[in-house]
Structure formats: C-alpha cells, structure tokens
Design a protein around this ligand. Sequence first.
Ligand code: GAL
Length: 414
Amino acid sequence: MKFTAFAAVSALAITSASAAFAGPEAEVLHYWTSGGEAKSVAVLQQEFAAKGGTWTDMPVAGGGGDAAMTALRARVLSGNAPTAVQLKGPAIQEWYEEGVLADISSVAEASGWAAVLPESIANHMKCEGSWCAAPVNVHRVDWIWANAELLAANGIEMPTTWDEFNAAAEKLAAAGITPLAHGGQAWQDATVFEAVVLGVGGAEFFQQALVDLDTDALTSDTMVQAFDQMRTLRGYVDGNFSGRDWNLATAMVMNGEAAFQIMGDWAKGEFLAAGKVPGEDFLCASTPGDGFLYNVDSFAMFDVAGADKKAGQDLLAELIVGQNFQKVFNLNKGSIPARVDVALDEFDSCAHLSAADMTSSSEGGTLLPSYAHGMALRGAQAGAITDVVTAHFNSDMSSAEAVQMLADAVANSY
Ligand code: GAL
C-alpha cells in the first residue's frame, strides 16, 4: 500500500515536471546597448537559441552599468531577481554576501574552467571557494583612441607621455579641432582619471591610492599632479560634453569632429561595428605610463526557482566560457578572451597589443584592477572616489581641495 502510494506520487511528479519543462530559459539583465555592444551580446543570444534556449532580454541603457545596477537592486528587493546578470568585480561577492547568487560550480568543474582561466581572473569569479560568475572577456581601460587622418594632417604622432598629449592637444586646439572627445558622465570622468593616475604616479602608486586606499597616497603631491592633469584635460573637451554617452564621443573621433578619446577598448567595438579599420582609420595606444588596467566582464546567476531557469543558467554559463563564444564575442566587443587557449589570429593589432601588454604587466607586477569599472573596490568606496573626481572635473575646484575631499570621502565611505 505504502509502496503503491509512493509510486503514484512520484509518477505524478515526473509527469508534471516533464510537462512543465519547456527548455532552458533565461532573463538576462545587461547594459550592452551601443552598436558594438549590441552586436556582441547578440552572439550569446544566438548561441543560446541554437541550443534550444529562450532568451528574455532585459537591456538597461547607460554606459558603465550604473542604471543597470539600480534596476538590479529593485528587482532583487522585490523578490523577482533576473536569471542572469552582467555583473563584475567585488560586486559579485557583495551580492553573494546577500545570499542571492546561484552556485555554478558544477558547470565550471565539468567544463574545466580552472585549467583555461588565469588565476587572477578565476579569483574574481569565486565566492568562498565556489564558482559564482562566468567571465566573458578582458577589457583594457587605459587606452587612447585617435582619428588617424586628423593626426596625420596635423603632423601629430600618438603621444607617449602626458606632456606629449598636452602638446598635441594644444596644436589641435589651435587648428580649431576639438582635441578630446568626452562625455560628461561621472563614470567617464573616472575612466579618464584612473588612466591619468596610472600615468602620472605609476603602477605602485595606483595600487596604493586606488586599490589599497592609502591615505598618504590619496593626499600626496602625486595625486595633486593627477588632478592638475585632469584640469588640463578639461580644457580640451568641447562645450557640449555634459551628459554625452561614451559611444557618441567615440563617434566624434570616427567622424573627425574630435581627435582623441580616452576610453576602454569597448570603444574599439564601436569603430569596428562602423566598419573602421585599426591602423588606417583609427589608432590605438595605451595611455602614457606603464601598467595595464583590466576590466573583466562577467555574468552572475541569481537564485531563482524552476527547472527551466536553472537549465538556462547552466547553459548560459557553459556557453559564456566556451571557446567559440569567447572568440566571436570578443572580436565584436573590442576586448580579448578571458580564456588563455583562444587563438588570436583573427584579432586586430590593438587586441594583440592588449594581450602582449597584459602578459608583460602580469609578469612585471603592473597588472591592476580598474577602479572606475568596478574591479578594484567595493561599490561604496568606488562611488566616493568618483563623486570627488566628477565634482572636481565639473567645477573650478583646486587640486589641493580635491585631494583633501578625496581622503575625507574615502574615510567616510566605510
Ligand atoms: C564597462 C563594461 C564594458 C562596456 C562599458 C560601457 O564597464 O565593462 O563591457 O560595456 O562599460 O558600457
């Protein structure tokens, strides 16, 4: 009797489970909405669909992801987390601490992630030893992009020091050309600032100031010099920069409306999506100074109910770290693969430079996490710094005032 009842119940469970399982499903929250970004995320959608997955797109426009992170918080607080979220750096561990992330260790182990990812990247994907995120790429933040024709027409080489950059900018400004394409958004100011801090202070200083948050470094003369250079750069930006999206600033360089942009290599994704050729139409060079600021995009899975969604999470995680996806996605995105075993033959010269510099920086101890792109610090500390950087950039605050405000803001952020 007992046996029969059990058999009947489990038969029922099996029937209803199989009737309910319609295949892998995922609602994906991301902020890849520019031309190059949309092309890149479409690669994942296509691979997911090809494996029978149903993708519900939840794009939240806004470069750098600030708006996406606000949307994510609202969803999680209302008990309706998305299945997969574009999330990176210490924010992954912050969400893990709130107890809302799914464990994707079974996929990571079955697919052998530990053997194909550099340890530094793998560490960002782990939460207390288990795998809680899947990496898609390595973006480099400290780049200068330039319009090749404008530079040639004005007899300008890609600058290798900030003095050279300033001299080139003065020359361009005198010729009536906007030297620096920039969008007035806090995260864009922060992107330029961290490149300047690395260039002016060097890798060790960057580590002390923007990773370790050492008060002496934050209030040092070197930091004063970094703010001085930010003030100089402010003078090279056109009058309409306020609120401009980063990809519109990239378009200005593409169209010859401005000569340079200081931005991560997602900008290259825009040039490529518009059919522009590196070395011919546009030039890339690392910003002055040694070192490499890395920004690894990744996806974290949130704890959701339902076999379809769980299957969707597993499938997404598997595809994301897959060799083909890592190649095709990154060819579009402007970044390089996170996996070490993807051939770079089809990648362009900027990607080759990025890969070579990443290796040499890693060996030389100058491979550093980007603070501006959420790789180095927790949200509260990064936000405190960015508030000061943008307040300085958009006012006539002195560099001395800025460093004091910076130290105070960091001290009050814990
Ligand atoms: C970065 C992100 C990139 C790119 C960029 C602009 O933070 O890592 O993938 O999308 O923002 O939105």
